[in-house]
Design a protein around this ligand. Sequence first.
Ligand code: FAD
Length: 354
Amino acid sequence: MDNQNEQQIGFIGSGPISLIKAYLLAKKNPQFKLTIFDLHNRFGGAWYSDYSPKGHEIECGCHIMSYCPEVENYIEEELGVKMYPFNPAPIFVGKSIKLPYPTKNLIDSYKYISKNLLTLRWGNLNISDNPAIHAKLFGKKNKYPKTGSPELIHALANKLKEAPNVTFKNGLEIESILIDDKVTLKTDSEAFSFDSVYLTSVSKIQTIHKNGQSITVKPKQVDYIHYLLELNKPLNKKMTYWRIMDDEVVHRYTDISYQCHHEENLVLAGIKPDPFHSKSEEELLSHVINHMKGLKLIDDSHQIELIKTHLFPTYYSDKTAREEIAKLDDRLQLLHSTDLMYGMYYMLKEEGEI
Ligand SMILES: Cc1cc2nc3c(=O)[nH]c(=O)nc-3n(C[C@H](O)[C@H](O)[C@H](O)COP(=O)(O)OP(=O)(O)OC[C@H]3O[C@@H](n4cnc5c(N)ncnc54)[C@H](O)[C@@H]3O)c2cc1C
């Protein structure tokens, strides 16, 4: 057997981007041995779940899949997760519209507009290729699993658990990487060697060493916080997901009652990372309640209780470190942590799966 056949491959993080890449690799190369590390004792990264007071599994981190029919079909056929139209469709509330060109003078604006038209681009979106633009221009509806993201994450993790060539190592944080004749991942007390390693732009790595050269990654920690709120009765307006653009405290609301087949009235409020550090939990909660009243989601007859607070830290590596990592060694591959659907779309396209 040659080396190509018996490759040992490591993954730093068991978020969906790593899980999808690992799934494709394991399926196509049953002779590869894959090991997936995560500092948490669960899978799915930012797509994490928890249990409601009545014991329903509900999503707590991410909530929305962009419009991408090819990936929706792939999820249904390959992972066996039935997808339903998001109803009502997600709403983006806010005034800010970002133009993909500078508006400082008319000549510059015209130059950029004509360049965008000629190259079929809107900002960094390619109009002809990117499914997001089809959703925006033609109002297409995105789809979602009936009981939310846990369905998708379990389906993916179960496929990987069934694969005899995949091992999960949870509860282990990789601190540094050493590249010589192997790529070695080090925790505070152990070392694991691989032929190649995948990490994502949110993998929290401190240093990478190769031939006396070292890259110091200073990941920027951003703490996302979600409040799980229990209501005494349904919301006044039917909604699934509202992203709030202009409020300085609230990031989004998600009605997750449908995930428990409407047996519970539950809403998740996403709090923007910065105010969390400067405001007390009571202050934030009262802001959320007033904000929901302002949007007429609730009124004075609603009673609202904070059931749980979820804190999810994400570690974004800086652009310079990402560029250095990309150039350092072919055996260390950087996967871009991005919107789930587009992450999957480009990966599945690259692999010829869609
Ligand atoms: C709060 C929040 C909400 C979001 N909402 C949406 C949404 O609604 N829809 C959408 O499409 N996208 C959303 N995103 C974007 C989201 O990041 C992607 O959808 C997707 O989760 C990216 O997957 P990933 O595998 O790259 O990273 P993540 O899902 O962030 O997973 C990274 C994993 O790596 C692990 N890890 C990191 N460093 C180490 C280490 N040193 N050792 C071991 N393990 C490590 C972490 O514990 C984590 O489990 C959201 C992101 C955040 C933070």
